[in-house]
Design a protein. Structure first.
Length: 169
């Protein structure tokens, strides 16, 4: 690996450099509404973007209680957890390295979610997870309410169309 002519050196060179990411952290109102029965819940949603495109979302929560009275520590824990979760999800979804693709590397982000030859098959779990993230970030409330409960019923081509529509926003 230390030799300049080693085949891995080319890939290492492609990945070496500076990456510009944007992390938008906000209070996670969806989690707070879902868990409204939990007193003292603190929850954050972190949306990670690269070059203006959402690459992942992460959530982090903590609870203030008689056993956990340290406000600053609890808030920082929830905040840091949301950021770490977003970074981990970007890695798991393989969306972070979108500038390093080549024919032997991972498929470009949009290509991974296109339907195969218009076949009538159900959407893949990967398509559904990505579409869910896109709808949560880019879709208006009425569209979100229409599609989120019905994602499991989508066929590949339908999911691909929705992804194409909301990935551009």
């Amino acid at each position: 690996m230390r030799r300049e002519e080693h085949p891995a050196r080319e890939m290492i060179q492609k990945l070496t450099g500076s990456y510009t990411l944007t992390a938008v952290v906000e209070e996670d109102k969806a989690t707070l509404n879902t868990m409204k029965h939990v007193d003292g819940l603190i929850s954050f949603l972190c949306t990670l973007s690269k070059e203006g495109r959402v690459i992942s979302q992460g959530r982090g929560s903590s609870v203030l209680s008689p056993n956990n009275r340290f406000v600053t520590r609890s808030i920082n824990l929830a905040f840091n957890s949301s950021l770490a979760d977003a970074v981990i999800r970007a890695k798991v979804l393989d969306t972070f390295r979108t500038n390093a693709e080549d024919p032997g590397a991972s498929v470009a982000l949009g290509e991974a979610y296109r339907a195969d030859n218009g076949e009538s098959t159900m959407a893949t779990p990967r398509q559904l997870e990505y579409l869910k993230q896109l709808l949560q970030v880019n879709a208006p409330d009425d569209v979100r309410e229409k599609w989120l409960p019905n994602l499991e019923t989508l066929e590949k081509f339908e999911a691909s169309e929705l992804i194409r529509q909301y990935a551009a926003k």
